[in-house]
Write a new protein. Structure first.
Length: 540
């Protein structure tokens, strides 16, 4: 450990949303990690939902699930993919959660006699949540990303908490402000005024940023950097250019070029460790950017209009593609657009089919048509969560002859409930945080595709679902060729299914995509891509 006290780095955003605070935080963390430091990243979200688990993916993109069963913002997925260390509930805090605990404390009588107010009670709760990760003793650096844009009404208490912490912690805290330098094509100029305004707004709240990271389409020359530094009270070397990158995985290297890590460490008074080792990262990036060939995989889902709904899946394909020296292009296919008649046409040129997770009836029959086609035509198939459940339904209907077989989620009165509610779920009435969530053990059976993939018996994977394979039907399935190749040892729940006679037909009740990282691409994705490559190469 090269530091004596824990350092807190806050990342705020100005001018507009979607500038990439999450990727910036993850990239800085990667650089610090590559210098041998321990670091974690936290996201504070200003909305009132207690967690994003109750949000529709159209609202907020994918809901990312941690080992400890927290339903979190998708930025936590980026943190894990970049750093290769698990996050937890403590890494994502929402306004809803802050207020919930303050109100619980008030009801308990913790503040007896006092008026409970935004300052100090809400801000104290925010500060406690920020410091909680520091108290674990596991990290030298805590990077906290403040969701939203400076000036939003709902993020004010967070900015106030940052102001107070900066005051309390002195040189152990710093603020990095991510901002935009727009380019006016009519005059051919980069404009600094929006950045000046957003820094002024921060100053109004009492926060002086220490570093400005400037998103820009064109290079920032020395004059512009000096101008921004002058107007915003930061050192010229603390004006960091963040050019648009071709992939998020390039950003750590761009930030290294700009010496973001050096400026941060200098300002925090930490000696620079001699070498920054990003070799593994660069190897991955090289493979990703120089594929030998390309394959197309169809992703069948009902939220395909918003690609962020399947963020971890598309990133897992990037990791798995690099291992297989190929580019995986995803063909996004809306499940409602598929039927038994057009499916062959839709899947032309695809080397594999992934049927995505999801909830509810909409699009189910299209998913089932897709699976039938993949099963009958030997096309590599990968079903995740609802995708696995649909594979079970399809097999029940079309191979076992159980007409009308279904999940009780879609048809509570089905004659053949091959997927049904777990006993523990039957009494659940509240929707928030009540699914089977987080990491559970699974035992993999030998001589199966799952075994060939994992090459080990005991695995742990993350879950997010209420419904399960109905074990009453297992003997019938196994007799006709669909095997349970992974079982949860405590509840005897079916976690992996596969078809023996098919080149690659695997369904998993869990979400392997949450565990795929740059350093550790998930073996199921790696093997699925490998099977798809064998099924059909397209020349790059
Ligand atoms: N809706 C299904 C369930 O709750 C599947 C969930 C999912 O795909 N994440 O069991």
């Amino acid at each position: 450990m090269s530091t004596t006290s824990i350092k807190y780095i806050f990342v705020t955003g100005g001018v507009t949303s979607s500038l990439g605070k999450g990727i910036l935080a993850a990239s800085l963390a990667k650089l610090l990690q590559a210098r041998g430091h321990t670091v974690t990243i936290q996201k504070l979200d200003p909305y009132i939902n207690v967690d994003p688990g109750t949000l529709n993916p159209y609202e907020h993109g994918e809901c990312f699930v941690t080992d400890d069963g927290a339903e979190t913002d998708l930025d936590l997925g980026h943190y894990e993919r970049f750093l290769n260390i698990p996050t937890s509930q403590a890494n994502n805090v929402t306004t809803g959660r802050i207020y919930q605990s303050v109100i619980e404390k008030e009801r308990r009588g913790d503040y007896l006699g006092k008026t409970v107010q935004v300052i100090p009670h809400i801000t104290d709760e925010i500060k406690n949540r920020i410091k909680l990760l520091g108290k674990t003793g596991n990290y030298e650096f805590i990077i906290t990303e403040i969701g939203g844009t400076v000036g939003d009404i709902e993020s004010l208490p967070y900015i106030e908490a940052v102001r107070q912490l900066k005051w309390e912690l002195g040189r152990d805290a710093m603020v990095i402000h991510l901002t935009l330098i727009p380019y006016l094509s009519t005059t051919g100029e980069l404009k600094t005024k929006p950045t000046q305004h957003s820094v002024k707004l921060l100053l109004e709240y009492g926060v002086q940023p220490d570093i400005l990271v400037c998103r820009t389409e064109h290079p920032l020359n020395k004059d512009i950097r000096n101008k921004i530094a002058l107007f915003c009270n930061v050192a010229p070397n603390a004006v960091i250019e963040a050019r648009d990158a071709s992939t998020i995985y390039e950003v750590p290297l761009l930030m290294e070029e700009e010496q973001l890590d050096v400026v941060v460490l200098n300002q925090l008074n930490i000696p620079l460790t001699p070498n920054l080792d990003l070799n593994k990262w660069k190897e991955f990036l090289h493979k990703f950017q120089h594929p030998e060939f390309e394959i197309k995989i169809g992703l069948v889902g009902k939220y395909v209009e918003l690609k962020d709904s399947y963020k971890s899946i598309s990133e897992a394909f990037i990791h798995a593609g690099a291992v297989n020296n190929c580019k995986v292009s995803i063909e996004w296919i809306h499940s409602e657009s598929i039927d038994d008649v057009n499916v062959g046409e839709k899947f032309k040129g695809l080397s594999g089919i992934l049927v995505a997770p999801g909830f509810g009836q909409r699009g189910i029959e299209g998913k089932i048509s897709a699976i039938k086609y993949a099963r009958e035509n030997g096309i590599p198939f990968f079903g995740i969560c609802l995708g696995m459940q649909c594979a079970v339904i399809e097999y029940a209907r079309n191979v076992l002859g159980l007409e009308g077989a279904n999940s009780t989620e879609m048809d509570p009165k089905t004659k053949f409930p091959v997927i049904n509610l777990m006993d523990g779920q039957k009494k659940v009435t509240k929707k928030g945080g009540t699914m089977r969530l987080g990491s559970y053990p699974c035992v993999v059976k030998e001589n199966t595709k799952a075994w060939n993939t994992y090459k080990q018996k005991d695995i742990n994977e993350r879950h997010r679902h209420r419904y399960e394979f109905n074990n009453e039907y297992l003997p019938a399935f196994e007799k006709s060729g669909m095997m349970a190749s992974g079982i949860n040892p405590e509840g005897n729940l079916v976690e992996i299914i596969e078809i023996k006679s098919h080149p690659w037909f695997v369904g998993v009740q869990f979400h392997p995509e949450y565990k795929s990282t740059v350093a550790n691409p998930h073996p199921l994705f790696v093997n699925f891509v490998k099977a798809a490559v064998e099924a059909g190469k397209l020349v790059h």
